[in-house]
Ligand binder design. Structure first.
Ligand code: F6R
Length: 613
């Protein structure tokens, strides 16, 4: 949510900043801007050149003069929180004398009182944003040392921030600060980078330093210095990013979401790789940081997550409870944090997050840790805040997920839950034989997902047929209920069609009133003891004139015959059907959005990595 870039080095900063912003565009895309320390030789002045535009990075790129000469600067792509979307509210924000410019990700909660104080001192504000107070505060404290001025300003701020800051009087220097919003330093050869995430700098360096909350960094082309909240210098830990640049390219696909959907056989394989011990029917999860005894002592599981990750958590809890026989519940992070939760000993908390930066999940997890709870992270982004602050965890290794709608991270999170379930189950009731069988079925998943993707053309045709309906129901039972929720979320977020996910057994308690010939129901029919019950629910809809699209095993000829439209998926043990069933729903949402001309990768009002509450 909002993306920050910074560059200092021998190259022209504007191009690097704008290219970096393009890589971060998924974090916010309502407006963007850069501030460059203009070279003395440049006609435009020996000061800061600030250029901002409403809309996507493409419009900013057009506005930046090709000959803008300057070797140090900062950039920002915005997801509006305070103040409408316009050029004035776009970042960077400068002080009145255009000496200091800042970019900010996060929320300054006490900005109104600070603004009042600064106005009283004679400062004039241009925008409606909370962020502009930072520029004026830094200018107010500036006395020849930008880092000292920023540190003095930080003392007044309440809220969350990732900040990048430059001053016209200190050529080549960028200062950054972090509290609750991610910030990464990229260490190059005679050049340095600052960004909200590593994607922005992957084309230039893979050597990165993740800043911690409370840290401030000064960057120059050949050096950087980090200090903590007590003003003590910090020894930087340089990490090496393993993601390749290819992974953040579209590689011939029309958009990232399509690429990421079709990548799932590989990404699930990566999540499982090296973690299956077939000889003993066990999962090998090296990063849990819990001894066998400690894991065995866990009596219950709680998942903390948001959105799609919460849906993965619902599936995970169903598995843990039904297979490992431990009570398990998935809770929305935004609810848990504020309801004064009881954290019982013997509870294993799992903080599930693709980005590892979701504010709701992070704060809920910290609340649990404060109460003595053990929290493991199930994250995709290596080095992300949740991954670093959790007591141990499982990286899902789906690779960078760029499309705002999460797809491959979801199935990789599922894979992690299957492995964890196996670990817990084998400590309790599951036999060696059943463990080996479970693993052999899990191993087959990438191949089954590949086959599920083969229904692409059929699903595209169905999307054409149904995409003009304004309401949909997605219905499933048991393990497929969270998949119904996820299918509905995918459709609404990228096509803007209203969709409700419901437990199929619940529809007769109210939602069945919505059924009409204009409201299709998408049924997920399992191949286990819930099949008959689900078919009964399906018939209840048919009897009321509602069109039914059914997704079921390719062998289920009965369901194929009753439904108006049928999407077959490869047959497998019902415990693994969440993998095969989610694929057609992702494709359906994707093709509906495409058919309706939506911006699939960057749907309206959304942003990836929600770092505000
Ligand atoms: C939906 C989607 C969101 C995220 C949610 C949590 O497609 O992407 O619902 O799942 O914002 O994000 P993470 O997993 O990064 O914590």
């Amino acid at each position: 949510m909002c993306g920050i870039t910074g560059y200092t080095g021998p190259k022209q900063a504007s191009r690097i900043l704008v290219d970096g912003l393009k890589r971060l565009e998924y974090r916010g895309y309502d407006s963007a801007g850069i501030a460059v320390q203009t070279d003395p030789a440049d006609q435009r002045a020996n000061a800061l050149t600030v250029i901002k535009r409403v809309g996507k990075i493409a419009s900013l790129r057009q506005a930046v003069p090709k000959d803008l000469s300057g070797h140090c600067g900062i950039g920002h792509t915005r997801w509006a929180t305070h103040g409408e979307v316009n050029e004035v509210n776009a970042h960077p924000h400068a002080d009145g004398s255009n000496r200091i410019a800042i970019v900010h990700n996060g929320i300054i909660e006490n900005y109104l009182s600070l603004k009042g104080m600064l106005e009283h001192e004679g400062m004039v504000f241009a925008s409606q944003t909370d962020s502009e107070v930072i520029a004026h505060l830094v200018a107010y404290h500036y006395d020849g040392d930008l880092e000292a001025a920023l540190k003095a300003a930080l003392k007044h701020l309440k809220g969350t921030f990732g900040i990048g800051c430059v001053c016209s009087q200190e050529p080549g220097r960028i200062v950054g600060a972090r509290n609750g919003s991610p910030l990464v330093v990229g260490v190059g050869d005679g050049e340095m980078f600052l960004a909200s995430d590593v994607n922005a700098m992957l084309a230039h360096t893979k050597r990165v330093v993740y800043l911690n909350d409370g840290e401030v960094v000064s960057l120059w082309p050949h050096d950087f210095r980090i200090s903590d909240g007590d003003d003590q210098s910090v020894d930087p830990k340089i990490d090496h990013v393993t993601w390749e640049l290819d992974a953040i390219e579209k590689e011939g696909f029309g958009c990232y979401m399509e690429k990421e959907i079709f990548e799932q056989p590989d990404s699930i394989e990566r999540a499982l790789k090296g973690r299956m011990d077939s000889e003993y029917g066990l999962a090998k999860l090296g990063g849990l940081n819990l001894s066998k005894k400690e894991l065995h002592a866990m009596q219950r599981v709680r998942v903390i997550a948001a959105g799609t990750s919460w849906h993965a958590g619902l599936v995970g809890c169903h598995l843990v409870e039904s297979i490992a026989r431990l009570p398990a519940l998935a809770e929305l992070a935004s609810e848990l944090r504020y309801r004064n939760p009881v954290v019982e000993p013997g509870t294993l908390y799992l903080s599930v997050s693709q980005s590892g930066e979701t504010a709701d999940t992070l704060y809920a997890m910290r609340e649990v840790q404060r109460r003595g709870g053990t929290v493991l992270g199930i994250c995709n982004v290596v080095g992300s805040t949740i991954a670093r602050e959790s007591d141990g965890g499982i990286y899902v290794h789906s690779g960078p997920e760029i499309a705002v709608a999460s797809t491959k991270a979801f199935t990789s999170q599922l894979a992690a839950f299957y492995l964890l379930t196996l670990s817990l189950a084998r400590m309790h009731d599951m036999s060696h034989h059943d463990g080996s069988l479970f693993l052999s079925q899990l191993k087959a998943i990438p191949g089954l997902v590949k086959r599920a993707l083969e229904q692409r053309d059929l699903i595209q045709a169905l999307a054409k047929k149904y995409c003009h309906c304004s309401d949909f129901l997605f219905l499933g039972r048991g393990l497929l209920y969270p998949i119904a929720l996820e299918g509905a979320l995918k459709l609404k977020e990228i096509s803007y069609i209203h969709a409700e996910g419901y437990a199929a057994g619940e529809i007769k308690h109210g939602p069945i009133a919505l059924v009409s010939p204009q409201t299709p129901s998408v049924f997920l029919v399992p191949n286990d003891h819930l099949r008959e019950k689900t078919i009964t629910n399906l018939k209840e809809i048919k009897a009321r004139g509602g069109p039914v699209i059914a997704i079921a095993s390719e062998k289920d000829l009965e369901v194929a015959a009753i439904a108006d439209d049928f999407i077959p998926v490869p047959d497998c043990d019902s415990r693994f059907q969440p993998f095969t069933m989610i694929v057609p729903l992702q494709l359906f949402a994707y093709f509906c959005a495409l058919e309706l001309g939506r911006d699939v990768d960057q749907p309206r009002n959304l942003a990836k990595s929600v770092t505000v509450e």
